[in-house]
Design a protein around this ligand. Sequence first.
Ligand code: KQY
Length: 373
Amino acid sequence: MTRTLTRTPAADGFHMPAEYARHAGCWLLWPERPDNWREGARPAQATFAAVAAAIARFEPVTVGVSRGEFTAARAMLPEAVRVVEMAHDDAWMRDVGPTCVVNARGEVRGVDWHFNAWGGLEGGLYFPWDQDELVARKVLEIERLARYRAPLINEGGAIHVDGEGTALVTEECLLNPNRNPTLDRAAIEQALCAYLGVRQVIWLGRGVFNDETGGHIDNLACFARPGLVCLTWTDRKRDPQFAISKDAWERLHAARDARGRPLRVVRLPMPGPLKLSAREARGLVPREGTKPRLPGERLAGSYVNFYIANRGIVMPLLDPRMDALAARRLKGLFPGRTVVGVPAREVLLGGGNIHCITQQIPAGHPSRSTSAR
Ligand code: KQY
């Protein structure tokens, strides 16, 4: 059994490395619930398999699959991808998986946040979520990594770090009373510093328009390297996203990172606007306890929701009019990596994108497996 530690990562000299630091591998979960994934999740499964295959070009991939879907998933996923049986409520490994931290010796440990399906009974997306709540712990067991149980509700998609002491978050999500109603901004910052090992928290306002997570940062902005932030952007002044991105742009320019540096911000154009079609909505099986999806609803599409793999970027393809431009921008932001696009509308229909369905395990040190003991 892996150890559950009683102190905090910061107190033990651990911090969350940036996604662009070297990975030991990447984890995903397999989509199946028919109230969130149309047509019995088959189209989404094909997309998840394509994402897993794209990431597997760069690093080892493991997919957690329920008992009933194991055979189908094994058949759809490339041989190089490890498939393990794992119960879950839905397939958002970014949010239900562990957030890993490392120390100066290269040891790796995991933070297991409390999870309430993005808002619990006050605006959360489904009930129950008890199996999701166990996923981080199971991943840490399989990876033989020691575990910190963080005393707050949080999701991996709600945080980005530069690996040098700075975290990027949104007020819409982290200060939402449906997450940690007893904690104010200062207490949340304190918890982030303790569990991510950061010294500076940069607060943006709202996340992408109509993002059902309550404004996750991973759809709005991320670090491309220390001092360089990539921000989703639209020039359409009447689009509700315009004011959101402009506010983020201004806050980012006013901010300093943990090392006192100003930030350079690169705009990543938005796809769309994209909407749920009547046909897509008809493919869902409504269920009590799950937030319904209505035809014509604006989808929170964003190219910022890409995954940084070892020597690769796996990005969502969402709009033929914008995909190539977004890919060029990402190529410019990550010159040492190969940009691979995967058609990802099916993931967007489920409420997130490629970043949301992935979770990296940092490489740390080769002897990391002993750190759990
Ligand atoms: O943004 C993410 N990290 C997850 C999206 C979850 C959507 C749930 N339907």
